[in-house]
Design a protein around this ligand. Sequence first.
Ligand SMILES: CC(C)(COP(=O)(O)OP(=O)(O)OC[C@H]1O[C@@H](n2cnc3c(N)ncnc32)[C@H](O)[C@@H]1OP(=O)(O)O)[C@@H](O)C(=O)NCCC(=O)NCCS
Length: 181
Amino acid sequence: MEFCDTVILKDGRECVIRNGVFEDGKAVLENYILTHRQTENLLAYADETNRTVEDESEWLDAMKNSPVEIQLLAFVGGYLAGMAGVNSIGRRIKLRHRASLGVSVDEEYWGLGIGRALLERCIICARNAGYEQLELDVVSDNERALTLYEHLGFKEWGRNPKAFKTRDGRYQELVAMRLEL
Ligand SMILES: CC(C)(COP(=O)(O)OP(=O)(O)OC[C@H]1O[C@@H](n2cnc3c(N)ncnc32)[C@H](O)[C@@H]1OP(=O)(O)O)[C@@H](O)C(=O)NCCC(=O)NCCS
């Protein structure tokens, strides 16, 4: 899917939010590695990916051409500060109404409204694609993300107390949330 919009951040700067394209592959890979180093609240560790710039470019191209999926990128002064995506849960008849959501923002840019701006636009794109339900899992002590999701209308429907196990052996509880579109 394609999308483009501009938003003014809390510090007055302009942020361009648009779908990723082939040429963004390098910036997307760098942002992925950076954000996955900055937090333990995401599914993977940065060093667990073996994706290349080419992989990312081809994936972004496929997302752009997909009628049901999108990867949104948030640029501040030309720098890729954050990303969010809507992904189909399945194309079988019984699953077609459901999509999942993922978001990450470079820590240097937290608190400016980029996360909210990305997610609001993901919700618009998901509605436009015909989905009826957006879903996500969030680590239960990730207060910033939980607050954001709740403010956007997501409701908790369950918890998995031992969903993640970190490298140093700690369990992380996941909160399952859903939003009816
Ligand atoms: C979660 C994340 C995407 C939020 O991005 P962001 O750009 O900082 O988000 P925003 O600036 O739009 O602020 C989000 C909300 O956090 C709230 N917030 C800010 N600081 C907070 C804090 N210390 N505790 C709780 N909530 C806080 C704000 O009130 C805001 O909600 P509102 O806009 O409804 O008032 C970002 O912190 C991130 O990428 N974290 C690491 C990856 C991650 O956890 N992703 C989510 C996985 S489920």
